[in-house]
Design a protein around this ligand. Sequence first.
Ligand code: CAA
Length: 379
Amino acid sequence: MTVDRLLPTPEAHDLLDLTRELATRELAGKVDDFEARGEFPREALRTLGRSGLLGLPYPEEAGGAGQPYEVYVQVLEVLAGTWLGIAEAVSVHTLSCLPVAFFGTAEQRKMLPDMLGGETLGAFALSEPQGGSDAASLTTRAVAEPDAWVVTGTKAWITHGGQADFYNLFCRTGGPGPKGISCLLADAATPGLLPQQPERLMGLRSSAPAQIVLEEARVPRDRLVGAEGEGFAIAMKALDAGRLGIAACAVGLAQGALDHAIGYAREREQFGQPIGRFQGLGFMLADMGTQISAARALLLNAARLKDAGRPFSTEAAKAKLFATDVAMRVTTDAVQILGGAGYVSDHPVERWFREAKVLQIVEGTNQIQRMVIARSLLG
Ligand code: CAA
């Protein structure tokens, strides 16, 4: 189904067309294979980078494409309708560029053209085995020596772990709590930065996260991003933007599942007519379409607030919460509409159903999103 999109510029229309073309030409034929083998699609990401899709919402003078978030999230949506692993990788890479882009020193910002052009791939290492939702309790320690921060600890669930060229390491440089956390930018080649085996996931297997063990990893002193003690605020600001990306992935995934279910309901006949003509199924499709439109509207509203420089943290949390719950419901219903065919891997809805689950968990579980929303409501 073609989604009727209101885009702000002719350039944005061209960008969406380019994304659809890349998705069809470069991605659609590969996704099943890469998911089955659990292989990370690094080359496909390079292709997207060369087409300008890995630095979309960053200023042109920094090497980005200068696109508003309103447009960037719709590009992600199109990618997610074809290959969630790629869309999530673009989203996490974009998130990983944020600390340097907005808090980096002039020297650090010299790395931005390679980051935003997709020559280098980023990772965002905040979570730890004992500190996921309670990010401020992280224990990875960075000790200042004259020439380096010496980092010891373990990071967990790191998207692009073992694939990334640079890591945002959120470490404790001071006392307990959020004010004791700083952000360091580490190269993948840092001695003592040791990616572990990728996790074995229920879905999203082409982009499996990994733990990163840090054994006295020496990160140069000039790689502190922002001020000492500012790391937690940087992480939260980055995640506010990142949550828009995850919401966009959810909307795209749900739209893909709806489109597939519609195609099936038109063609599959039972009792002498296409199954979509039965009210029970027609109403399911109607609810799926309505929920997706509502999720997209929440997402675009949050993105437009961000583009206007207005506070958007709570609206991003609402968009992430709602859109990922919608993706779970819609993919569940898509499996139901296909019946037995939906439960086998001949149709992508089986994969989308497994993939939707992770979106309710990553970049802040939906319980955390509710906490953020409730705190903002209560003051
Ligand atoms: N923007 C800027 N600053 C923020 C902020 C935001 N959105 N949210 C909080 N802060 C600031 C607060 O203002 C406060 O500073 P002050 O004391 O100066 O006011 C400080 O940060 C501490 O805030 P809280 O007291 O609210 O902190 P908290 O410990 O209660 O935690 C939380 C708040 C929202 C629950 C936070 O811990 C959270 O978001 N948890 C989920 C973490 C998460 O999303 N993890 C997934 C990471 S994804 C990943 O790592 C894998 C990957 O590959 C991407």
